[in-house]
Design a protein around this ligand. Structure first.
Ligand code: HEM
Length: 447
């Protein structure tokens, strides 16, 4: 089958798509494993980690915040931020000697964090007061250090035990970093709350039915944070702590994953110039060679680009492993699993399985053209955004963000590896990363 081995921490690692399917659709495995409890010391019990009724009611109030009409309002932000990113790449390239390479991952983290702060948190929108670049850079460093400590806690048998971790010096550092991270998110909540209150006052003065409709799906830029501030569950608003937990969850889940995805997409197109040119040609045919305002509908026409992004997410899934815990004694394809066993879903290994992806190590966007629509293809062999009720709520958001960034970058540059033989060393600390950076060259296109 199925499950490969148990480790010293009573974990089972699943590597079969049938087991993935069984786990992701089973109420016995709806709860995240104990590893996430360590993460929750930082981001709390937001949507990613919460369970039961709390998860269900929060998912229900947050889901409309990702309606395509709302995503449509985010696209201008994707446009502007991606264009500013191109200008930055140009400046960095010009400033360096002989067009030296740029280590792209930290730069992309700043881009994706800027986007999530502005769209989901509404900070920077509607005169919402921008979070300055230094603060953002500081936050990405905090996240990096926290991820690294969490990884150590998850996979070291000693510090996996909380009481032993608490005896280490790193434990103090962990608490310090968590506080700093909260300061960043509390500051955003505070800014948005003030704007929100002002708007509520104005709304009371000029309330009309049309305006209400416009606010839900229409022209007014509405942030996820507004949804949280207005949400009522059983008639009660979310507590300050619940709001902070969701903001911490979305700020983290919404930027590190997308930066990882974009980093490896750029690596793949740099490594495969023919694919890059084909994507570029599609952009020229469907959109044009110059910067212009992209929309959901123009982005939907980029079919080949979509295949290339899919293929990159297969080879480099930003979330390589997820895990659940069995909340009762059960079976997985007739193998007994006892209550309390943690089951890891190894997305990375599945995506590299030769049985489902022939020549699995080859970057071949067209494999999705040929295999995807075949009935024989099990959809659980490819799950970069997970699947079932706990799938990624931000997947459409991420896909449009990735597409916008790639369009803008390729309109302006040819992207090349600094060293044609470079192969990134991978590190999987919650999110998949290039362990020693990923240097790329940005060569201005002559048009
Ligand atoms: C390419 C980018 C992304 C990838 C590959 C990705 C992948 C995933 C995966 C695999 C899960 C399941 C996690 C688990 O079961 O433990 C997940 C959940 C989640 N993601 Fe994403 N994600 C991405 C972008 C985003 C963005 C942009 C947002 C927010 C705007 C987001 C918010 C979330 C949230 C809140 C959950 C928890 C959902 C729930 O349990 O109800 N993600 N994501």
């Amino acid at each position: 089958m199925t499950t490969t081995h148990s480790d010293a921490l009573n974990r089972v690692i699943a590597v079969s798509c049938f087991v993935f399917q069984a786990i992701l659709n089973s109420p016995t495995f709806a709860t995240k494993s104990q590893d996430y409890d360590k993460v929750s010391e930082w981001i709390g019990n937001g949507l990613l980690i919460s369970r039961g009724q709390k998860w269900f009611s929060h998912r229900k109030v947050i889901t409309p915040g990702f309606h395509f009409k709302i995503l449509e309002n985010f696209v201008p932000v994707f446009n502007r931020q991606a264009e500013a990113f191109c200008a930055k790449m140009e400046r960095l390239t010009e400033r360096s000697t002989a067009g030296a390479a740029i280590n792209i991952f930290p730069e992309l983290k700043l881009l994706t964090l800027g986007i999530i702060c502005e769209t989901a948190m509404g900070v920077g929108m509607d005169g919402g007061g921008k979070v300055d670049d230094t603060q953002q850079a500081y936050y990405t460093q905090i996240v990096e250090e926290l991820s690294s400590i969490l990884y150590w806690r998850m996979f070291n048998v000693f510090v996996n035990i909380d009481a032993l971790f608490r005896l280490t010096r790193t434990s103090k550092r962990f608490d310090e970093l968590v506080k700093k991270s909260w300061n960043f998110t509390l500051n955003m909540i505070d800014k948005r709350r003030k704007i929100h209150q002002q708007e509520e006052e104005e709304k009371k003065l000029h309330a009309t039915v049309e305006r209400d409709e416009e606010e839900t799906f229409g022209k007014r830029k509405r942030a996820l944070l507004d949804t949280l501030l207005e949400a009522r569950i059983d008639g009660k608003p979310l507590t300050d702590e619940e709001i902070r937990e969701e903001v911490d969850t979305f700020t983290f889940a919404g930027h590190d994953t997308t930066a990882s995805a974009m980093t490896f997409i750029l690596y793949n197109v740099a490594k495969h110039p023919a694919v890059q040119e084909r994507i570029y040609q599609e952009i020229v045919d469907e959109i044009g060679a110059d910067f212009g305002e992209l929309t959901l509908s123009s982005l939907n026409n980029l079919h080949y680009m979509e295949l290339a992004i899919k293929e990159s997410l297969r080879l480099f899934p930003p979330v390589p492993v997820i895990a659940r815990i069995a909340t009762g004694n059960t079976q997985l394809l007739s193998e007994p699993i006892t209550r309390g066993t943690s089951v890891a879903i190894d997305i990375f290994t599945m995506h590299h399985n030769e049985d489902y992806f022939p020549h699995a190590e080859r970057f071949d966007p067209e494999r999705f053209e040929s295999t995807r629509d075949k009935q024989s293809f099990n959809p659980y062999t490819y799950i970069p955004f997970s699947a079932g009720s706990r799938n990624c709520i931000g997947q459409k958001f991420a896909q449009y963000e990735l597409k916008t960034t790639l369009v803008k970058l390729l309109q302006r540059f040819q992207i090349r590896l600094a060293d044609a033989n470079f192969v990134p060393t991978l590190k999987a600390e919650i999110v998949l990363k290039p362990a020693e950076g990923l240097p790329l060259k940005f060569i201005r296109r002559e048009i």
